[in-house]
Design a protein around this ligand. Sequence first.
Ligand code: PPY
Length: 358
Amino acid sequence: MENVLRDWGGEFALTAYDEPSGAYMFIAIHSTRLGPGAGGTRMKTYATPADGLLDAMRLAEAMTLKMAVAGLPMGGGKSVIAVPGDLDPETRRRLLLRHAHNVHMLGGNYRTGPDMNTNSADMDTLNEVTPFAFGRSVDNGGSGSSAPDTAVGCFHGIVASVAHAYGDPDLTGKRVLVQGAGAVGAPLAEMLVKAGAHVIVSDVTLERVEALYDTLGVEVVAPATDIETECDVFAPCATGGVLTPETIPRLRCRVVAGAANNALSDPSDADLLREAGILYAPDFVINGGGAIHLIGYEALGWSQEQVERGLTGIGETLTEIYQAADAAGVSTETAAERLAYARLEAAPPKPGAPALRH
Ligand code: PPY
């Protein structure tokens, strides 16, 4: 716990224990330099409560960088509800209401939204207690799921990455492996098929890949071997931490460009990818589409056209990052972090807030 807190340069993390369910609840606010800390609420089972807290803190830091490179007037935060296992609907609802109460106590300095295992209906539940939840259902005055726009942003990022790696943005015949056929992976696979790519899909849940096999005719590989499947683009769209010193040598792709948060087990993994000749699209850049959707529609009052412009911008930002990385001889992760911190440092510091650490 001490190590976790010492290694993190964020503002603070709140912790709570929910006695009836045995769940641990965390809200991490990494930075409010550019605006209220914003980021989704993740519900997940962890090996230990400390792992849940660490996840919230790391994900909050990624949100700070994501907002900065996307040019959104928000800081970085994230919540984790570390649940002991499957919850009955009543317990789940009660936990969400308690989380909403915690969020509300921060008075708008933290704003949440959907994340892994939470959805628009859950944001409607939070909204019974607090207005500080993005991504409510459309019927309830929200902008609905941000997952389809996350996929659109990721698609633009893949096109920009292929253009940089191959000198041509055309996806026709390119083999793209989408790891995870969930709310982001499934619409991404569809866009890739429409663009002429040869799409390969893996998912731990068989029904999900079967559905895509039936509707799109994608190739299916087992999750156990997806990472070593020969392809042009590997697109991790499931859990984080799939790129490690152990898995990177097994990759047989030219580009890694997917929507999963915290795809690298450590930022230094980006150097391993660079040394292996693999172009890496930094996750906090290529997966910014969800934030652009939620903040654009709900905080900035953007039109659909403005949101679409923001999503296209993800490809342009990646191209700039690739050029900057090549020019400076650094990893794309380092180049992207430099861009983010330049934007953060250009904003005036908040009185009393800790200095940015990177
Ligand atoms: C993410 O992009 O990972 C998010 O958590 C999206 C988000 C952005 C802003 C508020 C809530 C959720």
